[in-house]
Design a protein around this ligand. Sequence first.
Ligand code: SF4
Ligand code: SF4
Length: 180
Amino acid sequence: MVLNILKGYKMTFKTAFKDVEVTRTFPEFMMELPANERGIHELDATVCIGCGSCARICPNNCIEMVPFKYGNPLKNKKMVFPSIDFGRCMFCGLCVDECPVSCLKMGKNVVMAGWLRDDLILGPDKISVKRHTPQEVAALEEEARRLAAEKKKAAAAKAKAGDKKPAGAKKKKEEAGGES
Ligand code: SF4
Ligand code: SF4
């Protein structure tokens, strides 16, 4: 008992006159993070196809698909991208594993304090580390329109060609169908 008290005093005297670092001030001092630390997600909006697989797999239901202007309309037809509620996220990484085009990653930024609950909901404008410029989006939209028009034209031409088939050929086909 006495020995333990003396041991305690020894420690007290040892540290009483020393400048011991007890608390590290943040954000002035940021500790080095482990290599596999999982922080705020990073999204490559130029690659995301808006499939919503990340939202469906999330066990905490914290991903919502929301509109965002700076993706690729050729790949992401609806132009919807993940928005993540970090107040609910447990950083399991399932959404990252599920992404079919590997455009979602766990980042290294772990600072996510806010005054309001909603400050922890980060949309594609906050989590995207790569996005298209408005000019690039306009060019991609133009290309999407051109491809859609081409597709429509091809479908119309195909339908027209089908209508123009000789009546005999059509009848023959119908008869063959009937025999089988
Ligand atoms: S890391 Fe896990 S909990 Fe967080 S958004 Fe992805 S799937 Fe949901
Ligand atoms: S981040 Fe990946 S899984 Fe989520 S919507 Fe985009 S492509 Fe799909």
